[in-house]
Structure formats: C-alpha cells, structure tokens
Design a protein around this ligand. Structure first.
Ligand code: FAD
Length: 447
C-alpha cells in the first residue's frame, strides 16, 4: 500500500488554501508522516492537479484499488467524481468513505424529502444517528509499497511563512496532528465540557475545545469527538450544548452540499440588492484591529497572532464589519479564509451569512451587536481585551470597553492618549446602527 497526499491548488480556484491553513498543513503532514513511519510506511507527497496525479500514479504502479475519504466542497466533489470515473475506465477500483461527518448530507431529509434549511429540526434528525457510532481501531501495521516511489520534500512546498514570518504566535498555541487533537479533546472533556454552556461565551477563558482546525484537517473525526464526549462528560447542559455545536458544523456541510454557491452568493436572494458600501480605509482598520472598539480589535489581533478567534468575538467582529461598516460579508469571509488556521469553506460561508443576515436560519438583520455592551457582558473584567490590546491594559474594567468615555485623569493614569496610543472609534455606534437599519429597510422597500 502507498499513502499519498496531493496538494492541489488548482481545483479549489479562489478557495485554494489560505496562508494560516498552509502553516497548519505543513505541521499536520509532518505529523502524519511520522505516524505512518511508526506503522512501517511513509507519506508520499505530490503537488499539482489531483486528477492527473492520482490517476497517473495508480496506473503507473498497477494499483488494484484507490481509497479515499469523501470531500464535500463543490469543486472537490466534481474532481473526485472525475477521478473515480477515470479509474474505473482503467479497470482500477475506487472506494470512498465518510471520514469527516457524523452523517452525510444526502442521508437526512425533511418530511417533504427536501434538504433541511433550519437548524433545530436538522439537529433533531441528526442526533439519533450519533450515539451508537462504532469507532474502528487504528491498524497495527501497514505493508509498505512505497519503495522507489518519488515523494516531494515537504520543505520544498514552502508552506511556512518567511520574510516576514507572521506565524510566531502559532506554535505556542497549536499542536497540529492526531496526538495534539486527541489531547485537546481529552483535556476539554475533563476540564471544561461540563461548564461549556456558560463558559463558551467568555473569550477570556479556555472554555471551548479549540478542536476546529483538527476537525477541518481530519486529524480527529466528529465521530471520535461525539463518542468520547458522551462517554466521558456527565449528561447535562454543558455536554448537550457542546454536541449541538458539533451539530452546527454538520448543518453547515448540509447547506454547502445542497446550495453549492453558499461561499459566493447570498442564500437569501433578497440580499442581492443590499447597498454594501466598501471603504478600503475602514476595511484595513478592521483587519488590523484598529477600529477603536476594544472587543473588535482584540478579536482581530487574536486572529492575526494565533490564527484563531473565539466564536463569540467572531460574531461581534463579523457583525461590526457587515453592519457598522456596511462592508459585504464576502470581504470578511475572504479575510478569515486567509488568516484562520481552521478556515473551512462550509463553516466559514455559513457563519458569515448567518451573522450578515443573508443565510439559512440566520440571525435577523436588525439584531445589531453593540460592541460595547457585548464586551461588558462577555469580558466583564476586560481580561481578553487586556491580553490582545495591551495598550489598554491599565484602564479600569469600567472603561476598558469604551475608552473614549473615560475621564481625562483615568486616561492619563493608564498612559493613553486617544488618537495617539489607541484610535478613537472609527464609527459612532448609534449612527452606524441607524445607517445599517436604513440600508436594510431599503431592501425591504425594493422587494
Ligand atoms: P467549540 O465551541 O469547542 O465547538 C466545537 C466544534 O463545533 C468546533 O470545533 C467546530 O467544528 C464546531 N462549531 C462550533 N461552533 C460552530 C458554528 N457556529 N458553526 C459551525 N461549526 C461550529 N468554524 C470553522 O471551523 N471554520 C471557519 O472557517 C469558521 N468561520 C467562522 C466565521 C464566522 C464569522 C463565525 C461567526 C464563526 C465561524 N466558525 C468557523 C464557527 C466557530 O466560530 C468555530 O468553529 C469555533 O470558534 C472554533 O472553536 P472551538 O473549536 O473551540 O469551538
């Protein structure tokens, strides 16, 4: 047997892997290769058109069968169908499996036989299929067939950034690979899962699993996560809420499978006439964490420095971009695509559309997060902001989410001059809110 990984940047087109994901991929492949070497073989690496490489190598080596796990991104589905057909034409078997979902999208249908568009009934249909999933054991050894087969050197793929190396903050936080994924799951189930219902909303605590990138890269499967959770976390609100989040991931895949253009087009077509207003300067301030709203800036800097952002803050920054700045959700989606280690076509597109209001079962557009209230509610003592926006670290909790409301003496004591050390807010919340609501009602008037 030979184990092959193909880095195919052509098939996904615009959605070729972003920079932060490439950092993860490098370490994940290195880890996979070590794991395979322990089993007696190695990982063969090839870069290029997956169709050419897989079908070419299979016939060159006289393979009997090619095995892979199914993908659900539209371009990958199309490519894999072509590979399968070509292999079969050449008399080579092709066997594919579900390695990354609890239940594949075509198995769950509404009573009318159509796809689910609303999350709660979707989850009710999904959950009964999950408790009794059986896990397969890891093989004890793999018979190596890779002798004489060329493999690219991982270091030649230049997946790690250099000049400048913006990934310095990644290694202290992440351990890509199966062992790192397993450890995250076990630690989370032991330390945090029971309290997850409350702590998952607090960005200043380690209240969530941080499994998203491990799940995306297939280092752990949702079946393993579900299986371990129901066996090691006592039944209760924490466990239930966590499993529902795993359900949101499945729901996103269900949406992407049934609505191919989810990453590019408004799911609710009435948003096609939305008067977005792109301003380069404001967009850049948002990407750099310089909006003057501390919770937004903390999130955007956490993202840049670690390749990950807490879910509550993802919602706040996405709402800020699409509603306070009226910038099209697709610009935010692209920025996240490049900067997240867990960038995932289904989750990213579904979540951006959910926040923007254009998605399936989405938050209503008129629910516009107030970044100050959100900060006070979910980062009450300001510890999250202090960590990621250190220039504000000496401000008291009372003012940390709205420094412009602090009296002059307080700012002086904290060593801050607004506009010099930290920006004034780039938009006024009440005015921005009004502008967003007016934009939304123009849509309703046009409909
Ligand atoms: P936990 O809270 O521990 O949840 C466990 C797992 O459930 C996650 O690892 C993830 O696989 C899944 N999950 C949790 N919340 C969601 C959700 N709302 N939608 C779908 N699945 C979820 N998640 C990604 O994996 N990739 C993305 O590209 C992505 N982009 C997002 C963009 C925006 C604007 C928003 C608001 C959310 C996005 N999410 C994305 C969803 C969510 O923020 C992350 O999955 C979560 O923060 C990952 O951290 P965790 O593993 O600690 O999550």
């Amino acid at each position: 047997m030979i184990c092959l990984y193909v880095l195919d940047d052509k098939t996904p087109g615009k959605w070729a892997m972003g920079g932060a994901s490439r950092w993860w991929l490098h370490h994940s492949l290195a880890s996979l290769d070590s794991g395979l070497q322990r089993l007696g073989t190695r990982l063969i690496l090839r870069r290029g058109d997956a169709f050419e490489i897989v079908t070419g190598l299979a016939s060159e080596l006289g393979a009997q069968t090619v095995f892979w796990n199914r993908c659900y991104e539209p371009s990958a589905r199309e490519r894999d169908a072509q590979i399968k057909a070509q292999l079969k034409d050449g008399g080579i078997g092709a066997e594919t499996f579900n390695g990354s979902l609890l239940v594949e999208p075509w198995h769950l249908k509404t009573k009318d036989g159509g796809p689910f568009r609303v999350y709660s009934p979707y989850f009710r249909a999904l959950a009964p299929h999950c408790d009794d999933v059986a896990l397969l054991p890891v093989p004890g050894a793999i018979q190596d067939g890779s002798d004489g087969v060329h493999s690219d050197a991982l270091s030649n793929w230049s997946l790690l950034p250099s000049a400048p190396d913006w990934s310095k903050g990644f290694s202290p936080v992440w351990t890509p690979g199966e062992a790192g994924a397993r450890e995250r799951l076990e630690t989370f189930c032991e330390d945090a899962a029971s309290e997850y219902a409350g702590t998952r909303n607090l960005p200043g605590t380690e209240g969530t699993s941080r499994l998203s990138a491990h799940l995306h890269f297939g280092e752990i499967s949702p079946r393993q996560v579900w299986h371990h959770t129901v066996r090691h976390v006592p039944a209760g609100k924490g466990r239930e809420t966590f499993l529902k989040e795993i359900g949101w991931r499945e729901f996103s895949y269900n949406l992407l499978f049934h609505f191919d253009d989810l990453p590019e087009s408004n799911y609710q077509t009435k948003f096609n006439g939305f008067p977005w207003d792109f301003d380069e300067g404001s967009f850049e301030k948002w990407t750099r964490g310089q909006t003057g709203y501390p919770i937004v800036d903390a999130g955007m800097r956490q993202l840049w420095q670690t390749g990950w952002m807490h879910n509550r803050v993802r919602m706040i920054v996405a709402s800020f971009l699409t509603k306070h700045l009226l910038i099209d959700w697709r610009r935010g989606e692209e920025w996240f695509w490049d900067t997240l280690v867990d960038a995932d076509l289904a989750n990213n597109a579904a979540s951006w559309q959910w926040v923007a209001g254009s998605g399936a079962d989405a938050a209503p557009y008129f629910r516009i997060f107030n970044p100050v209230t959100q900060g006070k509610k979910f980062d009450e003592a300001g510890s999250y902001v202090r960590e990621w926006v250190p220039e504000l670290s000496r401000l008291s909790a009372k003012y940390i989410h709205a420094p412009w409301t602090a009296p002059a003496e307080e700012l002086k004591r904290a060593g801050i001059k607004l506009g010099r050390d930290y920006p004034e807010p780039i938009v006024d919340h009440p005015k921005a809110r009004e502008r967003a609501l007016a934009a939304f009602s123009s849509l309703k008037d046009a409909a």
